[in-house]
Write a protein that binds this ligand. Sequence first.
Ligand code: MRU
Length: 354
Amino acid sequence: MQEVTLDIPVSADVALLWRDDRLYLLDQRLLPRREVFIECCDVQTTAEAIRAMVVRGAPAIGIAAAYGMVLAARDRYARDRAGWREALQADMQILAAARPTAVNLFWAIARLRERAAGLGDGDPVPALLGEAMAMHRQDRADNQRMGGFGAELIVGPTAVITHCNTGGLATGGWGTALGVIRSACQQGKISMVYADETRPWLQGARLTAWELARDAIPVKLMADSAAAARMAAGGVGWVIVGSDRIAANGDVANKIGTYGLAVAARHHGVKFMVAAPTSTIDMQTPDGAAIPIEERPAEEVLQCAGQRTAAEGVGAWNPVFDVTPAALVDAIVTERGVIERPDRARLAAHMAAD
Ligand code: MRU
């Protein structure tokens, strides 16, 4: 993958950038130390960037895949003006194989496939690029709406706990859970954001804290294992997280550690909110047990900051997401509004409403 430095001010708002007929992805693996981009000129590089965690966070993965489809269609059309649509199937499979849990990836591929199917003869790129850009813009707008709905639930001033990264880097902008926190902060409702480090990739330490510090939102980092003690100490009104996939019964897949947070929150009487766009709700997946949970290499746990920390010969279990049962969720917030105490019927009603 080709690393490049762009002559633009770097922020979460430019984490995904279409410029000069290619996709640039701010390399999240290197933040906050280095602010460089990976240049994606074809679908293979885009899929590899998703797989290798250059870009992460469910909505951001979906948007990257949408641009990946544009790159794929451009190449296929240049090679075969009659058979490009057929050939695109193989590229969809490459993208779909990049990561298994975030349903936004599959949602985005399906949306571009449908757009491609509806096109006539001629160059498909302008229409597909228009679709990808519209999805990108829409995600940011949806997050801002979601932020408003979520903020309404919060009685402040209060501290909140968040996990993993759910901000502009992980989305088309503003963020899911971090979007709620940003909106609530604008209303003076947030006294402190406690951000879990989020082992093993440290999304909280490297990404969430980076975003919040840049926005001058008060943030304290804590080890993941400190969260229950922080709740016991008092002053925390909400745990607010995002999601990679929400099943039809309201079970929530999110970064490993989320389930434990939800259990601790219920024990301490702290409310638990999941902020996610409807593109993260997968009505085809009946419940959490059916959500594919990605397992990544053991080395990610056996080391810290590139240094091996475990003794030689030790193995590791490294599922990178877990499932929080719907019964532990007080509210799911989407761009359409709030689903309180989510269950199958409430989710179905929410998804049916426009
Ligand atoms: O493995 P990652 O970094 O892609 O995981 C990201 C998360 O789990 C986020 O919390 C999730 O996508 C929430 S919405 C941005």
